[in-house]
Design a protein around this ligand. Structure first.
Ligand code: ZN
Ligand code: ZN
Length: 414
Protein backbone atom coordinates (compact mmCIF):
# COMPACT_ATOMS: atom_id res chain seq x y z
CA UNK A 1 0.00 0.00 0.00
CA UNK A 2 1.15 3.52 -0.74
CA UNK A 3 2.27 4.94 2.62
CA UNK A 4 0.04 7.99 2.09
CA UNK A 5 -3.07 5.80 2.10
CA UNK A 6 -2.49 4.74 5.69
CA UNK A 7 -4.41 7.87 6.78
CA UNK A 8 -7.58 6.89 4.90
CA UNK A 9 -9.24 5.30 7.94
CA UNK A 10 -8.79 8.56 9.85
CA UNK A 11 -10.36 10.87 7.25
CA UNK A 12 -13.13 8.55 5.99
CA UNK A 13 -15.98 9.60 8.32
CA UNK A 14 -15.31 13.29 7.68
CA UNK A 15 -15.10 12.68 3.92
CA UNK A 16 -18.46 10.88 3.94
CA UNK A 17 -20.10 13.79 5.78
CA UNK A 18 -18.51 16.26 3.34
CA UNK A 19 -19.86 14.22 0.42
CA UNK A 20 -23.42 14.08 1.79
CA UNK A 21 -23.31 17.83 2.41
CA UNK A 22 -22.09 18.64 -1.13
CA UNK A 23 -24.61 16.25 -2.65
CA UNK A 24 -27.44 17.99 -0.80
CA UNK A 25 -26.14 21.44 -1.88
CA UNK A 26 -25.39 21.24 -5.63
CA UNK A 27 -24.58 24.43 -7.54
CA UNK A 28 -25.00 25.16 -11.24
CA UNK A 29 -22.07 25.91 -13.56
CA UNK A 30 -20.20 29.10 -12.58
CA UNK A 31 -22.30 29.43 -9.40
CA UNK A 32 -20.11 27.04 -7.32
CA UNK A 33 -19.32 29.59 -4.58
CA UNK A 34 -20.43 27.52 -1.56
CA UNK A 35 -18.54 24.46 -2.83
CA UNK A 36 -15.47 26.58 -3.62
CA UNK A 37 -15.45 28.16 -0.14
CA UNK A 38 -15.63 24.75 1.53
CA UNK A 39 -12.85 23.39 -0.71
CA UNK A 40 -10.61 26.42 -0.03
CA UNK A 41 -11.06 26.08 3.75
CA UNK A 42 -10.16 22.38 3.64
CA UNK A 43 -7.12 22.98 1.42
CA UNK A 44 -5.88 25.66 3.84
CA UNK A 45 -6.38 23.29 6.77
CA UNK A 46 -4.29 20.74 4.86
CA UNK A 47 -1.44 23.25 4.60
CA UNK A 48 -1.85 24.24 0.94
CA UNK A 49 -1.12 27.60 -0.60
CA UNK A 50 -4.65 28.41 -1.82
CA UNK A 51 -5.78 30.53 -4.77
CA UNK A 52 -9.49 31.36 -5.08
CA UNK A 53 -11.60 33.07 -7.73
CA UNK A 54 -9.58 31.56 -10.59
CA UNK A 55 -11.73 31.80 -13.73
CA UNK A 56 -14.76 32.73 -11.61
CA UNK A 57 -15.23 30.25 -8.77
CA UNK A 58 -12.18 28.04 -9.46
CA UNK A 59 -9.86 27.07 -6.60
CA UNK A 60 -6.24 25.89 -6.75
CA UNK A 61 -4.30 24.36 -3.86
CA UNK A 62 -0.52 23.91 -4.00
CA UNK A 63 1.72 21.76 -1.80
CA UNK A 64 5.44 22.18 -2.46
CA UNK A 65 7.85 19.74 -0.78
CA UNK A 66 11.40 20.47 -1.80
CA UNK A 67 12.54 19.61 -5.32
CA UNK A 68 10.88 16.94 -7.37
CA UNK A 69 8.38 16.25 -10.14
CA UNK A 70 5.13 18.23 -10.31
CA UNK A 71 1.67 16.64 -10.56
CA UNK A 72 -1.61 18.42 -11.33
CA UNK A 73 -4.86 16.76 -10.21
CA UNK A 74 -8.18 18.17 -11.40
CA UNK A 75 -11.77 17.86 -10.13
CA UNK A 76 -14.83 19.61 -11.53
CA UNK A 77 -17.40 21.13 -9.13
CA UNK A 78 -20.62 21.95 -10.99
CA UNK A 79 -24.04 20.29 -10.92
CA UNK A 80 -26.87 20.10 -13.47
CA UNK A 81 -30.38 21.51 -13.92
CA UNK A 82 -32.02 18.16 -13.08
CA UNK A 83 -34.65 17.30 -10.43
CA UNK A 84 -33.17 14.56 -8.24
CA UNK A 85 -35.12 11.30 -8.05
CA UNK A 86 -32.64 9.06 -6.24
CA UNK A 87 -34.66 8.82 -3.03
CA UNK A 88 -31.45 9.20 -0.98
CA UNK A 89 -31.84 10.74 2.46
CA UNK A 90 -29.22 13.33 1.42
CA UNK A 91 -30.87 14.03 -1.97
CA UNK A 92 -30.94 17.60 -3.26
CA UNK A 93 -34.07 19.72 -3.03
CA UNK A 94 -32.20 22.82 -4.20
CA UNK A 95 -33.48 25.17 -6.90
CA UNK A 96 -31.44 27.92 -8.55
CA UNK A 97 -31.67 30.43 -11.36
CA UNK A 98 -30.37 28.89 -14.56
CA UNK A 99 -28.46 30.55 -17.40
CA UNK A 100 -31.82 31.27 -19.11
CA UNK A 101 -33.04 33.27 -16.07
CA UNK A 102 -35.61 30.65 -15.03
CA UNK A 103 -35.73 28.77 -11.72
CA UNK A 104 -34.63 25.15 -12.07
CA UNK A 105 -34.09 22.22 -9.72
CA UNK A 106 -30.40 21.37 -9.31
CA UNK A 107 -28.74 17.99 -8.80
CA UNK A 108 -25.26 16.49 -8.77
CA UNK A 109 -26.36 14.16 -11.56
CA UNK A 110 -22.85 13.78 -13.03
CA UNK A 111 -21.06 12.93 -9.77
CA UNK A 112 -18.80 15.99 -9.63
CA UNK A 113 -19.45 16.14 -5.86
CA UNK A 114 -17.66 12.77 -5.66
CA UNK A 115 -14.72 14.18 -7.67
CA UNK A 116 -14.37 17.13 -5.29
CA UNK A 117 -14.43 15.02 -2.12
CA UNK A 118 -11.98 12.43 -3.53
CA UNK A 119 -9.51 15.15 -4.54
CA UNK A 120 -9.73 17.00 -1.22
CA UNK A 121 -9.17 13.62 0.47
CA UNK A 122 -6.14 12.83 -1.68
CA UNK A 123 -4.61 16.22 -0.83
CA UNK A 124 -5.26 15.61 2.88
CA UNK A 125 -3.61 12.18 2.71
CA UNK A 126 -0.57 13.43 0.78
CA UNK A 127 -0.29 16.43 3.10
CA UNK A 128 -0.02 14.07 6.10
CA UNK A 129 2.41 11.72 4.38
CA UNK A 130 6.09 12.54 4.71
CA UNK A 131 7.54 10.20 2.14
CA UNK A 132 7.31 12.29 -1.03
CA UNK A 133 8.91 15.35 -2.59
CA UNK A 134 7.87 17.59 -5.46
CA UNK A 135 4.90 19.79 -6.29
CA UNK A 136 1.27 18.77 -5.88
CA UNK A 137 -1.33 21.04 -7.50
CA UNK A 138 -5.06 20.41 -6.96
CA UNK A 139 -7.32 22.23 -9.43
CA UNK A 140 -11.05 22.57 -8.63
CA UNK A 141 -12.71 23.67 -11.84
CA UNK A 142 -16.08 25.39 -12.35
CA UNK A 143 -18.34 25.07 -15.36
CA UNK A 144 -17.39 21.69 -16.86
CA UNK A 145 -20.98 21.04 -17.93
CA UNK A 146 -21.03 24.22 -20.03
CA UNK A 147 -17.70 23.44 -21.72
CA UNK A 148 -15.87 26.62 -20.76
CA UNK A 149 -14.70 26.27 -17.14
CA UNK A 150 -11.21 24.99 -17.96
CA UNK A 151 -10.77 27.68 -20.61
CA UNK A 152 -11.82 30.39 -18.14
CA UNK A 153 -9.25 29.19 -15.58
CA UNK A 154 -6.51 29.11 -18.23
CA UNK A 155 -7.46 32.60 -19.44
CA UNK A 156 -7.36 33.83 -15.83
CA UNK A 157 -3.69 32.96 -15.38
CA UNK A 158 -3.85 29.33 -14.25
CA UNK A 159 -0.39 28.57 -15.68
CA UNK A 160 1.25 31.16 -13.40
CA UNK A 161 -0.44 29.68 -10.31
CA UNK A 162 0.27 26.07 -11.25
CA UNK A 163 3.97 26.68 -11.88
CA UNK A 164 6.16 23.81 -13.01
CA UNK A 165 4.26 20.53 -13.27
CA UNK A 166 5.07 17.52 -15.43
CA UNK A 167 1.78 15.69 -15.74
CA UNK A 168 -1.99 16.25 -15.32
CA UNK A 169 -4.39 13.61 -13.98
CA UNK A 170 -8.16 13.45 -13.77
CA UNK A 171 -10.93 10.95 -13.02
CA UNK A 172 -14.70 10.61 -13.54
CA UNK A 173 -17.25 8.45 -11.76
CA UNK A 174 -19.14 6.35 -14.32
CA UNK A 175 -21.93 3.76 -14.41
CA UNK A 176 -19.88 0.61 -13.84
CA UNK A 177 -19.43 -1.33 -10.60
CA UNK A 178 -18.20 0.69 -7.63
CA UNK A 179 -14.72 -0.29 -6.45
CA UNK A 180 -13.41 -0.80 -10.01
CA UNK A 181 -11.08 1.60 -11.83
CA UNK A 182 -10.43 1.71 -15.58
CA UNK A 183 -7.62 3.34 -17.55
CA UNK A 184 -7.27 3.77 -21.29
CA UNK A 185 -4.42 4.89 -23.55
CA UNK A 186 -4.99 7.14 -26.57
CA UNK A 187 -8.42 8.52 -27.58
CA UNK A 188 -10.75 8.06 -24.56
CA UNK A 189 -13.47 10.70 -24.62
CA UNK A 190 -14.89 12.16 -27.81
CA UNK A 191 -14.55 15.64 -29.19
CA UNK A 192 -17.98 17.28 -29.10
CA UNK A 193 -19.43 20.02 -31.25
CA UNK A 194 -22.90 21.49 -31.04
CA UNK A 195 -24.26 23.42 -34.01
CA UNK A 196 -27.27 25.72 -34.42
CA UNK A 197 -28.52 25.74 -38.01
CA UNK A 198 -31.10 28.29 -39.11
CA UNK A 199 -32.78 27.76 -42.50
CA UNK A 200 -35.04 30.32 -44.13
CA UNK A 201 -38.31 29.94 -45.97
CA UNK A 202 -41.17 32.25 -46.90
CA UNK A 203 -44.16 32.31 -44.58
CA UNK A 204 -47.72 32.00 -45.89
CA UNK A 205 -51.22 30.84 -45.02
CA UNK A 206 -51.35 27.09 -44.49
CA UNK A 207 -53.97 26.82 -47.26
CA UNK A 208 -51.67 28.49 -49.83
CA UNK A 209 -48.45 26.42 -50.03
CA UNK A 210 -47.77 27.79 -53.52
CA UNK A 211 -47.08 31.19 -51.94
CA UNK A 212 -44.60 29.76 -49.45
CA UNK A 213 -41.16 28.26 -49.19
CA UNK A 214 -41.90 25.81 -46.40
CA UNK A 215 -39.02 25.61 -43.88
CA UNK A 216 -40.71 22.72 -42.02
CA UNK A 217 -40.39 20.44 -45.04
CA UNK A 218 -36.90 21.80 -45.73
CA UNK A 219 -35.76 21.08 -42.15
CA UNK A 220 -37.29 17.60 -42.28
CA UNK A 221 -35.35 16.82 -45.50
CA UNK A 222 -32.14 18.05 -43.85
CA UNK A 223 -32.64 15.88 -40.74
CA UNK A 224 -33.18 12.77 -42.85
CA UNK A 225 -30.30 13.53 -45.21
CA UNK A 226 -27.90 14.21 -42.30
CA UNK A 227 -28.30 10.55 -41.29
CA UNK A 228 -26.34 9.57 -44.41
CA UNK A 229 -23.14 11.28 -43.24
CA UNK A 230 -22.31 8.58 -40.68
CA UNK A 231 -24.00 5.79 -42.66
CA UNK A 232 -22.58 6.59 -46.14
CA UNK A 233 -19.64 8.98 -45.82
CA UNK A 234 -17.79 7.82 -42.69
CA UNK A 235 -15.51 4.79 -42.77
CA UNK A 236 -17.14 1.76 -41.12
CA UNK A 237 -15.52 1.23 -37.72
CA UNK A 238 -14.63 4.90 -37.27
CA UNK A 239 -16.62 5.91 -34.18
CA UNK A 240 -18.78 8.99 -34.69
CA UNK A 241 -22.22 10.12 -33.53
CA UNK A 242 -24.44 12.77 -35.11
CA UNK A 243 -27.66 13.53 -33.22
CA UNK A 244 -30.28 16.15 -34.08
CA UNK A 245 -31.55 16.95 -30.61
CA UNK A 246 -33.91 19.80 -31.44
CA UNK A 247 -35.90 20.95 -34.45
CA UNK A 248 -38.14 23.96 -34.09
CA UNK A 249 -40.39 25.88 -36.47
CA UNK A 250 -43.77 27.53 -36.46
CA UNK A 251 -46.48 28.22 -33.92
CA UNK A 252 -49.78 27.10 -35.45
CA UNK A 253 -51.20 24.38 -37.70
CA UNK A 254 -52.38 26.71 -40.48
CA UNK A 255 -49.41 29.10 -40.65
CA UNK A 256 -46.37 28.19 -42.72
CA UNK A 257 -43.47 29.78 -40.80
CA UNK A 258 -40.56 31.66 -42.33
CA UNK A 259 -37.68 29.81 -40.70
CA UNK A 260 -36.66 26.63 -38.87
CA UNK A 261 -33.90 25.98 -36.36
CA UNK A 262 -32.04 22.70 -36.01
CA UNK A 263 -29.70 21.90 -33.10
CA UNK A 264 -27.29 19.05 -33.66
CA UNK A 265 -24.56 17.41 -31.63
CA UNK A 266 -21.50 15.67 -33.04
CA UNK A 267 -19.06 13.27 -31.30
CA UNK A 268 -15.80 12.24 -32.96
CA UNK A 269 -12.38 10.77 -32.04
CA UNK A 270 -10.30 11.98 -34.96
CA UNK A 271 -9.73 15.55 -36.17
CA UNK A 272 -9.94 14.61 -39.88
CA UNK A 273 -13.24 12.80 -39.30
CA UNK A 274 -14.57 15.74 -37.30
CA UNK A 275 -13.64 18.19 -40.04
CA UNK A 276 -15.09 15.97 -42.79
CA UNK A 277 -18.43 15.61 -40.97
CA UNK A 278 -18.78 19.32 -40.19
CA UNK A 279 -18.03 20.06 -43.87
CA UNK A 280 -20.61 17.49 -44.98
CA UNK A 281 -23.26 18.98 -42.68
CA UNK A 282 -22.80 22.40 -44.26
CA UNK A 283 -22.77 20.97 -47.79
CA UNK A 284 -26.04 19.09 -47.23
CA UNK A 285 -27.79 22.02 -45.56
CA UNK A 286 -26.77 24.45 -48.34
CA UNK A 287 -27.84 21.98 -51.05
CA UNK A 288 -31.20 21.24 -49.41
CA UNK A 289 -31.83 24.99 -49.07
CA UNK A 290 -31.16 25.36 -52.80
CA UNK A 291 -33.40 22.41 -53.58
CA UNK A 292 -36.21 24.07 -51.60
CA UNK A 293 -35.77 27.55 -53.20
CA UNK A 294 -34.80 28.99 -49.82
CA UNK A 295 -34.67 32.80 -50.23
CA UNK A 296 -31.62 33.34 -47.99
CA UNK A 297 -28.48 31.34 -47.20
CA UNK A 298 -28.61 29.20 -44.04
CA UNK A 299 -26.74 30.26 -40.89
CA UNK A 300 -24.41 28.04 -38.87
CA UNK A 301 -23.25 28.63 -35.31
CA UNK A 302 -20.97 26.27 -33.36
CA UNK A 303 -21.28 26.19 -29.55
CA UNK A 304 -20.53 23.97 -26.51
CA UNK A 305 -17.38 22.57 -28.11
CA UNK A 306 -15.22 20.08 -26.18
CA UNK A 307 -11.79 18.89 -27.33
CA UNK A 308 -11.06 15.18 -27.60
CA UNK A 309 -9.54 13.59 -24.48
CA UNK A 310 -6.52 11.74 -25.89
CA UNK A 311 -4.63 10.04 -23.04
CA UNK A 312 -0.83 10.05 -23.27
CA UNK A 313 0.47 6.46 -23.54
CA UNK A 314 3.48 6.84 -21.22
CA UNK A 315 1.52 8.59 -18.47
CA UNK A 316 -1.36 6.12 -18.78
CA UNK A 317 0.99 3.15 -18.58
CA UNK A 318 2.47 4.42 -15.33
CA UNK A 319 -0.96 5.07 -13.78
CA UNK A 320 -2.23 1.66 -14.96
CA UNK A 321 0.76 -0.04 -13.33
CA UNK A 322 0.16 1.82 -10.06
CA UNK A 323 -3.53 0.84 -10.18
CA UNK A 324 -2.70 -2.81 -10.92
CA UNK A 325 -0.46 -2.84 -7.88
CA UNK A 326 -2.97 -1.18 -5.56
CA UNK A 327 -6.33 -2.44 -6.88
CA UNK A 328 -5.28 -5.82 -8.25
CA UNK A 329 -8.12 -7.41 -10.23
CA UNK A 330 -10.31 -4.35 -9.65
CA UNK A 331 -8.15 -2.37 -12.11
CA UNK A 332 -8.95 -2.83 -15.78
CA UNK A 333 -9.31 -1.11 -19.13
CA UNK A 334 -11.87 1.64 -19.65
CA UNK A 335 -13.89 1.23 -22.88
CA UNK A 336 -13.95 4.13 -25.36
CA UNK A 337 -16.47 6.70 -24.04
CA UNK A 338 -18.82 8.82 -26.19
CA UNK A 339 -19.01 11.48 -23.48
CA UNK A 340 -16.80 14.60 -23.60
CA UNK A 341 -14.79 16.71 -21.16
CA UNK A 342 -12.97 20.02 -21.12
CA UNK A 343 -10.25 18.82 -18.69
CA UNK A 344 -7.67 18.43 -21.50
CA UNK A 345 -7.80 22.19 -22.16
CA UNK A 346 -5.63 22.56 -19.01
CA UNK A 347 -2.74 20.18 -19.89
CA UNK A 348 -2.84 21.42 -23.49
CA UNK A 349 -2.38 25.00 -22.27
CA UNK A 350 0.46 23.88 -19.98
CA UNK A 351 2.08 21.74 -22.69
CA UNK A 352 2.15 18.59 -20.53
CA UNK A 353 0.89 15.01 -21.03
CA UNK A 354 -2.21 13.79 -19.22
CA UNK A 355 -4.44 10.85 -18.52
CA UNK A 356 -8.10 10.59 -17.55
CA UNK A 357 -9.55 7.44 -15.98
CA UNK A 358 -12.92 6.14 -14.85
CA UNK A 359 -14.02 4.95 -11.41
CA UNK A 360 -17.13 2.84 -10.98
CA UNK A 361 -20.07 4.27 -9.03
CA UNK A 362 -22.85 1.69 -9.48
CA UNK A 363 -23.91 -0.72 -6.72
CA UNK A 364 -22.00 -3.88 -7.78
CA UNK A 365 -24.93 -6.15 -6.85
CA UNK A 366 -27.42 -4.09 -8.88
CA UNK A 367 -24.99 -4.06 -11.81
CA UNK A 368 -24.40 -7.82 -11.65
CA UNK A 369 -28.15 -8.53 -11.50
CA UNK A 370 -28.81 -6.23 -14.48
CA UNK A 371 -25.99 -7.88 -16.42
CA UNK A 372 -27.40 -11.37 -15.77
CA UNK A 373 -30.86 -10.24 -16.92
CA UNK A 374 -29.54 -8.30 -19.93
CA UNK A 375 -31.07 -5.13 -18.49
CA UNK A 376 -28.06 -2.82 -17.99
CA UNK A 377 -29.55 -0.10 -20.23
CA UNK A 378 -32.88 -0.34 -18.36
CA UNK A 379 -31.75 -0.72 -14.76
CA UNK A 380 -28.38 1.06 -14.38
CA UNK A 381 -28.80 4.87 -14.21
CA UNK A 382 -26.08 6.71 -16.15
CA UNK A 383 -24.53 10.15 -15.64
CA UNK A 384 -27.01 13.03 -16.05
CA UNK A 385 -29.95 10.79 -15.14
CA UNK A 386 -32.18 11.98 -12.27
CA UNK A 387 -31.51 8.61 -10.64
CA UNK A 388 -27.70 8.66 -10.98
CA UNK A 389 -25.94 8.71 -7.62
CA UNK A 390 -22.67 6.91 -6.91
CA UNK A 391 -22.82 4.33 -4.14
CA UNK A 392 -21.09 6.30 -1.38
CA UNK A 393 -18.78 3.41 -0.51
CA UNK A 394 -16.67 1.90 -1.94
CA UNK A 395 -16.76 4.67 -4.59
CA UNK A 396 -15.32 7.31 -2.26
CA UNK A 397 -12.52 5.09 -0.97
CA UNK A 398 -11.63 3.92 -4.49
CA UNK A 399 -11.66 7.43 -5.97
CA UNK A 400 -9.54 8.84 -3.15
CA UNK A 401 -7.08 5.95 -3.39
CA UNK A 402 -6.90 6.24 -7.19
CA UNK A 403 -5.89 9.91 -7.10
CA UNK A 404 -3.42 9.30 -4.28
CA UNK A 405 -1.62 6.31 -5.80
CA UNK A 406 -1.61 7.92 -9.27
CA UNK A 407 -0.09 11.16 -7.92
CA UNK A 408 2.39 9.16 -5.85
CA UNK A 409 3.48 7.30 -9.00
CA UNK A 410 4.90 10.59 -10.37
CA UNK A 411 6.02 12.49 -7.25
CA UNK A 412 9.56 11.97 -6.01
CA UNK A 413 10.53 9.94 -2.95
CA UNK A 414 11.92 11.94 -0.05
ZN1 ZN B 1 -21.71 15.70 -16.99
ZN1 ZN C 1 -19.16 15.03 -15.49
Amino acid sequence: MTLALQGLDEIRADQENFYRDLHAHPELSHQESRTAAEVAARLRAAGCEVHTGVGGTGVVGVLQRGDGPGVLLRADMDALPVREETGLDYASSVTATGADGNATPVMHACGHDMHVVCLVGAVELLSRAGEWCGRLVAVFQPGEEVADGARRMVDDGLAGIVGKVDVALCQHVLAFPAGLVGTRSGPTLSAADSMRITVHGRGAHGSMPQASVDPVVLAAMIVVRLQTIIARETRPGEPAVLTVGSIQAGTKSNVIPDKATILLNLRTYDEDTRHAILTAVKRIVVAECDASRSPRPPEFELFDQYPMTDNGPVVTERVAAAFAEHFGDDAGELPLQTASEDFSVIPRALGIPYTYWGIGGTDPELYRQAEVEGRIADDVPVNHSSKFAPLLQPTLDAGTAALTVAARAFLGTA
